[in-house]
Design a protein around this ligand. Structure first.
Ligand code: ZN
Length: 143
């Protein structure tokens, strides 16, 4: 947890990880999945519950920007706040994640121009990025 809050050193490390392509990213992913296996299987951050399209999208993001911190994946019965409509989190077609430190803007710009098979969303007052599979949209909270 605390590693996400270490500032200068983490920045330098993130830059190094980004330059070292597959090996570092894979090692990092392995670390994350080991951790989630030891915690509750229904914690809502599992990658295995995602649809193959959602997992492929996550894979594209991580191969480009390095491992991300998963906030939430599948939430059975989830509804879109304020609308009552079923959320794509309910069907394993949405991922909430935190970008590696300093890369949020870069990832959002990349998603806005490359993720055409679903949505990209950020929220005022929340740090995570929401991506989903479905109709294409980009909805960014103003700063
Ligand atoms: Zn979400």
């Amino acid at each position: 947890m605390s590693k996400w809050h270490v500032s200068a050193v983490a920045c330098a490390l993130a830059a190094v990880v980004a330059q070292a392509p597959a090996a570092e990213a894979k090692r990092y992913k392995g670390d994350l999945s080991n951790r989630s296996m030891t915690s509750s299987s229904s914690s809502g951050t599992s990658r295995s519950c995602l649809t193959s399209s959602a997992r492929a999208l996550l894979g594209r993001i991580e191969s480009k920007f390095g491992g991300v911190q998963i906030i939430s994946t599948c939430r059975p019965g989830a509804r879109i706040a304020g609308s009552g409509r079923p959320s794509r989190h309910a069907s394993g077609n949405a991922i909430d994640f935190n970008a590696p430190r300093g890369k949020k803007g870069e990832i959002i710009r990349w998603l806005a121009s490359n993720h055409r098979s679903g949505g990209t969303m950020t929220y005022a007052g929340m740090n995570h990025i929401h991506v989903d599979i479905g109709h294409h949209f980009v909805s960014l909270a103003s700063r």
